[in-house]
Design a binder for this molecule. Structure first.
Ligand SMILES: NC(=O)c1ccc[n+]([C@@H]2O[C@H](COP(=O)([O-])OP(=O)(O)OC[C@H]3O[C@@H](n4cnc5c(N)ncnc54)[C@H](O)[C@@H]3O)[C@@H](O)[C@H]2O)c1
Length: 542
């Protein structure tokens, strides 16, 4: 007979716990909500009422339903209040010692048949389970942030979890309106194993001043359709929690350096910059617990970014492919006088233009020769832009003989609103400002970044896709479950395998090879399965 879950306990009412309380209480389950001290309990209560009040204000919850929801929650300090619950979910800090101690205590306090669940993101559920005398009744229930919104729950079964416990928890997820993906106990499970390398890499980019926080976040939102950029997401997760997750993933997940927390993250945690929960992380918020951004000393002042831009009225577009044709249309629609040019012999027609955009094939020797030709025919002061997604812009800049005037303008795809503006170590401030002004005049969002393989978007996106292929290769999960986990747990518009098939596996492999060549990071080596599918000319989904 399946278990009835009429009364559950939630331990720890921080970022995740308060949301988990809300999920249960919204679905008619009585909740005993437990914290460590009176002050923490009050903060937890405020987290819950703040969230439900916002739902009422947005018309997503009726006032009477909010009152009924809150009426189902009993708040308490200490674990004794949990003696009669059917299930406990803990959401205390991501540290094995804290969780093991807590589970040993829960084991003593809770009735023998109660199930004990952990919301850990990266720790071993098995190691937590063996701190109790009922490891067969310990399971992972990994909710996603914000718990009331994200549909996914990763149900983690260990080698000792009873089959009936797994089945009952899966049924409970359905009752809560969630979609469950059941998996075994591996660091980061599905979603975090794919997400945290990407988040850490984004912190590294910010630390290295590769691009501003706003540009890194805008690039991933606009370039990939993500609900928020990586640095804003880290602020939502909490930087202390993110640090612990990365640290555990590094140690448990094969010591992949991409999971070794970027030093800046630790410094920020030590300085009390924990993200939204402390009011300041990568961004600054109105107050602790708020998601409302306020300007700070890093907030860009818009007018200065195009200061020094050169006047552009005529634009030469070089190339004969789809991108070139799309750019001719785009520049014409924005009111520029456009001179379309076939690279084979028509370059002298560019003698009077103010900006040249080359959109020819990514062939290093051919494009260098083209830039050398542009350097000869164009008038001085013309900005020379390359749309390459694969070649180092500095090589093309040097070939032109006027490197200060050369920028990259990466239109990932003519339809996306994002343009990556690539400045090399020789690009002048005026050329960058001109590129920014032109991109703004096209109605696009420009983000400025340094001249590195993959710029911002591809450098952050493709390793994640490659990691998904590795996960499939290791037989940890299926294409459907991995795609669903990223869509329902992290709000991605498409799953990694759907995206890989759309982009083309050959393109993905070429980008990944370029990233690996530049950084020589073992974790970036293309997944053998990706290489094989390209050789066999097969997509992931047929
Ligand atoms: N933050 C996220 O986005 C996210 C997402 C999914 C899962 N998780 C996981 O959820 C868990 C909690 O993370 P968080 O980000 O909500 O942390 P948090 O720091 O926001 O909240 C932790 C809460 O636990 C309380 N606490 C500490 N020790 C306690 C104890 N012994 N008994 C009762 N309460 C105690 C603290 O007072 C605090 O309110 C972690 O395991 C984390 O990996 C976090």
């Amino acid at each position: 007979m399946a278990r009835e879950f009429t009364r559950v306990g939630v331990v720890g009412l921080g970022t995740m716990g308060a949301g988990i309380v809300e999920v249960f209480a919204r679905n008619g389950v009585d909740v005993v909500a437990v914290e460590i001290s009176d002050a923490a309990l009050e903060r937890g209560r405020a987290n819950l009422t703040g969230s439900t009040d916002r739902a009422v204000a947005r018309g997503k919850l009726a006032e009477a339903d909010r009152d009924a929801l809150l009426g189902r929650v009993t708040f308490a300090v200490g674990l004794d209040a949990l003696h009669s619950v059917d299930l406990v979910i803990e959401a205390v800090p991501e540290r094995l010692d804290i969780k093991q101690r807590l589970f040993a205590d829960l084991d003593r306090v809770c009735k023998p048949e109660a199930i004990l669940a952990t919301n850990t993101s990266s720790l071993s559920v098995t190691e937590i389970a063996v701190a109790t005398t009922r490891p067969d009744q310990v399971i992972g229930m990994h909710f996603f942030n914000p718990a009331p919104v994200m549909k996914l729950v990763e149900v983690v079964r260990t080698v000792v979890t009873s089959a009936d416990v797994v089945a009952d928890v899966e049924a409970l997820c359905v009752r809560l309106g969630k979609v469950d993906v059941t998996i075994t106990d591996r660091a980061g499970f599905i979603a975090n194993a794919l997400l945290f390398g990407y988040l850490n890499h984004a912190i590294g980019m910010f630390e290295a001043r590769y691009a501003t926080r706003e540009d890194i976040d805008a690039a991933m939102k606009l370039g990939c359709g993500l609900p928020m950029g990586p640095l804003a997401l880290l602020d939502l997760i909490g930087l202390d929690t993110a640090y612990e997750i990365l640290d555990t993933m590094y140690r448990r997940g094969g010591r992949d350096r991409r999971h070794s927390p970027v030093p800046l993250l630790r410094q920020m945690v030590t300085a009390g910059l924990l993200g939204r929960k402390s009011g300041r992380g990568f961004y600054t918020y109105e107050r602790a617990g708020s998601g409302k951004l306020v300007p700070d000393e890093l907030t860009p002042t818009a007018p200065t970014s195009t200061d020094g831009a050169r006047a552009v009225t005529t634009v030469g577009v070089v190339g004969s492919g789809t991108l070139a044709a799309g750019l001719v249309e785009t520049f014409t629609a924005a009111g520029y006088q456009v001179v379309p040019v076939d690279p084979a012999g028509e370059l002298p027609r560019l003698a009077d233009v103010d900006l040249v955009v080359e959109a020819t094939a990514d062939d290093l020797d051919g494009t260098k020769a083209l830039l050398a030709g542009l350097g000869e025919v164009c008038k001085p002061g013309v900005v020379l832009a390359t749309t390459t997604s694969a070649l180092p812009v500095i090589d093309l800049a040097m070939a032109s003989g006027r490197p200060a005037d050369v920028v990259g303008l990466h239109f990932a795809n003519p339809a996306t609103p994002l343009v990556e503006i690539v400045r090399t170590i020789r690009t002048s401030a005026e050329a960058t400002a001109t590129a920014r002004a032109v991109v703004a005049a096209l109605g696009r969002t420009g983000v400025v970044c340094a001249d590195r393989a993959g710029f911002i978007v591809n450098a952050l996106l493709f390793p994640y896709l490659n990691d998904a292929v590795r996960m499939l290769e290791a037989d940890y999960s299926t294409t459907d479950d991995i795609d669903n986990a990223m869509k329902l747990g992290c709000g991605y518009p498409t799953g990694p395998f759907e995206l890989l098939d759309t982009v083309g596996l050959d393109v993905a492999l070429a980008v990944q090879r370029a990233l690996y060549r530049e950084l020589r990071e073992p974790g970036l080596a293309p997944a053998p399965l990706l290489e094989q599918l390209v050789t066999a000319d097969r997509p992931f989904r047929r």
